[in-house]
Design a protein around this ligand. Sequence first.
Ligand code: NI
Length: 169
Amino acid sequence: MRRPILRLGADALTEPARPVAAITTEIATLIDDMIDTMYAAPGIGLAAPQVGVPLRVFVIDLSLGHDRGELITMVNPEFVDRAGMQLEEEGCLSVPGFTATVARPHRAVVRGLDREGQPQTLEGDGLLARAFQHEIDHLDGRLFTDRLRGIKRDLIVRKIHKLARAGKW
Ligand code: NI
C-alpha cells in the first residue's frame, strides 16, 4: 500500500531514526509499503522517515522497478567504507521539482540486514554509492539540501516557502 511522502518542512525529516530491533510483521509491511510508494512516485530510493516512520530502513531500485533483481532493502545500514568523490545532480522525493549538484564519495560499502533479517554487505559505485549516502542521510535527519552551500540552499528553501504560502507545497 502506498503511503504519503513527507516534504521538506516536515519535522519527521530532520530527526535521526532509530535502529530496527526485529523484523516483525509491521516492519515487513512497512518495507512492502515503502517499495510500493517508491515505484509509484516514481523514485530510485526511499527512506522510512520520508513516510513518517523514524526507523533505520531504506529501499533502493535504480531500475525503477523494471528489473526486480535491482531492488535493495537495507535495515540498520552502516558504512563500512567510502572512497573517492563525485559531483552529480541530485534530487529527492521529499523535495519534488528541485535538484542540485551535490558532492559525494564515488564508492560506498554498506553493511546491514536484508528484509529477512540476514546480514548483507553491498558495494556501490557512482549512482548506487550516491543513493546509499542519500538514503542514510535521511536516516540521520538530513536532506540533500543540507549538503549544499548556503546560497544554493537558501534559494531552494525560499522558493519552497513561496510555494507553501501559495498552498502549492
Ligand atoms: Ni531523498
